[in-house]
Design a protein around this ligand. Sequence first.
Ligand code: MN
Ligand code: MN
Length: 296
Amino acid sequence: MDVESLRKAGKIAAEAREFGKNLVKSGSKVVEVCDKIEAKIASLGGQPAFPVQVSLNHIAAHSCPDLNDEATFTDQLVKLDLGVAVNGMIGDNAVSIDLSGNHADLIKAAEEARDKALDLVKEKGENVTLAEIGRTIETTIHSYNFKPIRNLSGHGLGENLIHTPPTIPNHDTGEDVKLGKGVFAIEPFSTTGAGLVAEGEHEANIFSLVAPKPIRSVFARQILQHIEKEYSTLPFTTRWLMAKFGEGKTKLGLKELRQVGAIHAYPPLFERGKGVVAQAEHTILIDDKVEIITQT
Ligand code: MN
Ligand code: MN
C-alpha cells in the first residue's frame, strides 16, 4: 500500500475541510463554495475523490449544486463532505456546520459518536468488531435522544474506489466480524427523524463509471473518454462536465451513458421522517497501529 500518498491525501482532505468550513456562511453561494474547495484541493496537490458534497437539513448525502445553481446558504444545517485522492489513495472526511443556531447537540452527537468509535478502534486495533463499532455509535447518539441513520454507514476505501467492503454500521448489527487491517471511513449520521434515508426526491447529478460500453453518439463517446481519463472509477458531477462540454451536450451524453449502463447514478438521499441530519467523518489506517489520517 502507498501509505505516503494516503497520508498526503488525508492531510489535504483535512486542510480542505477546514478551509471549506470557514466558507460556509449565510449568504454565500453554494456552488462557489464547492468550486473554491475543489480548487483548494488541486492547489494542494490532490484531486477531488468525488465532487464536494453539500447536503442541507434533511438531505443526508449525495448532494451538490449544478453549474447554474443560484442557491445561497441560509439558516440550514450543512454537511460538508469531501474526499481527496493522491495517486489513487483516498482520504474521506466530513464536518457539519449549524447555520440555524438550533442543532448544536445534533452535531455534537455525531461527532462524539465518531470520536468514541475511533477511540474503540485505537484500543482494539484490527480486532475490533463491526458490531462493537455500531453499538458505540448507536449508544452515543441515543444518549442525546437522537437516532443514528441505520442505512448509511462507514466503509472501506480502495485504490480509486470510494466504497469497498466492509460496511461499517452506525447501529448494533450483531456482526461478530473483525474489521481487520486496511483503510476505512468511520461516519456516523445523527437525526431528529426516523433514522432511515431513501432516494428519489431529486434527480441525481453525481455519477461514476461502471463499465465502458459501445456508444453510438459522438457526444456520449467524447464524454465517456473524458470520464475514463479524468476520473477513472471515482464519482464525478454534471457541473464538472458542463463546464467543459456545455449543458445540452452533457445532458444528452449522460442520458445515453445511463441508458446503456456505462455509468451509475447517486441520487440525493433524504431522511424519511424529514428529520434534520448531522454527520461527522474521519478516515483511518489500521496496520500494526491505528492512524487517523484526516485529523488536523
Ligand atoms: Mn465522506
Ligand atoms: Mn465516506
